[in-house]
Design a protein around this ligand. Structure first.
Ligand code: 3PG
Ligand code: MG
Length: 378
């Protein structure tokens, strides 16, 4: 954004404000992602801003209009923000054409329109032929791409505009990529990754990439990721835990094979819990992992494990942290997850794809736009 003079210009701004919504009331449950984008929106106060975003996916019960998001943006900015229940129909076009400097118009959920999903992963030139791009691009001079949390999704409203408009990263995108690059490249050792949560498939790919490339020295595991490594190391967590994990991950058995290979290649560098907390009818029941398999499900890491991990964390210079250590939503199982953190990424899947060494389509699209349109004069 530093390279362009956007004063008085019409800008299409793609953000990721996909947020938890109570399906019964339609109310926003968390506006963290909306708040993150305020910096970019405020910086565009001398432009005319048409804001594009998605909420959830077709078929889900929080797949809703962006009206509540628009309202919240207005409240947080302290000025009215107009919502138009259309993405590229006449109401949207007229709203964009009628904007004055300082106006923000929020367009409808991009995923209400079939092209967004149907042409996902198509070639950039193909995505640029969609109605979304064809109808909106002529109304604007620039495209600001700020949706870091969707950086792993190649969809027309995210990358299609990069083919036809000079495009630039917004401030969220810029900060996220800068922080991540800095953390990955920082030579100060030791560096650690803590991998928890139930999206264990992603975490195994991240563990592999980070250890192979020497990005981290050690991996601390907890949550569902630890359950997999425990099983792979010959410690059967017990039926309720393994049955849960089999439901959560796509292919349990191949993942276990993968974990075994990692444990033998990177001997001593993948740490596992030495004790866990079982859920005994809502009460926490601490046990050593030597006492496994258990008839009760594992809900948290234990105090010995916390002490061992805290010691590692204390000596580390950089820590990548993903996923909770246990079922932290329930108070008796939240102990392992309490932590102090400097930079909280807005990205889930996007961050994990980056840390697994995968190319992010949004970053490629920005590079493409830069190559095609170059930097502006001056
Ligand atoms: C997210 O919340 O992870 C991003 O907005 C991407 O959403 P998606 O996983 O539904 O594509
Ligand atoms: Mg997601």
């Amino acid at each position: 954004m530093d390279d362009f003079d956007l004063t008085g210009r019409t800008v299409l701004l793609r953000v990721d404000i996909n947020s938890p919504i109570n399906p019964a009331t339609g109310q926003l449950l968390n506006d963290a992602r909306i708040r993150e984008h305020l910096t970019t929106i405020r910086e565009l106060r001398r432009s005319k801003v048409a804001l594009l975003a998605h909420q959830s996916r077709p078929g889900k019960d929080d797949f809703t209009s962006l009206e509540v998001h628009a309202e919240r943006i207005g409240t947080l900015l302290g000025r009215p923000v107009r919502f138009v229940p259309s993405l590229f129909g006449r109401p949207a076009v007229e709203a964009i054409q009628g904007m004055r400097v300082g106006d923000v118009v929020v367009l409808e959920n991009t995923r209400f329109y079939s092209e967004e999903e149907a042409l996902a992963d198509a070639k950039l030139e193909k995505m640029a032929t969609t109605h979304i791009v064809q109808r909106l691009a002529p109304l604007a001079e620039y495209f600001v791409l700020d949706a870091f949390a969707a950086a792993h999704r190649a969809q027309p409203s995210l990358v299609g505009f990069c083919e036809v408009l000079p495009s630039m990263a917004g401030r969220v995108m810029e900060r996220e990529l800068t922080m991540l690059a800095r953390a990955v490249q920082d030579p100060a050792r030791p560096k650690l990754a803590h991998l928890g949560g139930v999206k264990a498939d992603d975490s195994i790919a991240v563990a592999k990439h980070m250890l192979e490339k020497g990005i981290v020295d050690k991996i601390l595991t907890s949550g569902g990721v630890a359950n997999l490594f425990l099983d792979a190391s010959g410690i059967d967590p017990g039926p309720p835990t393994t049955e849960f994990m089999r439901r959560e991950v796509d292919d349990y058995d191949p993942l276990i094979v993968e974990c075994k290979a990692l444990l033998s290649t990177f001997r001593g560098r993948i740490l596992m819990p030495s004790d866990v907390v079982l859920n005994d009818h809502g009460q926490g029941k601490p046990v050593s992992t030597r006492a496994l398999p258990a008839k009760l499900p594992i809900y948290d890491i234990g105090l010995d494990t916390i002490a061992r991990y805290v010691d590692e964390i204390r000596h580390a210079k950089t820590i990548f942290y993903n996923g909770p250590a246990g079922v932290f939503e329930l108070e008796p199982f939240s102990v392992g997850t309490r932590d102090a953190i400097d930079h909280v990424s807005t990205g889930g899947g996007a961050l994990m794809n980056f840390l697994a060494g995968k190319e992010l389509p949004l970053v490629s699209a920005l590079r493409h736009s830069h190559a095609k349109f170059g930097k502006p004069a001056g």
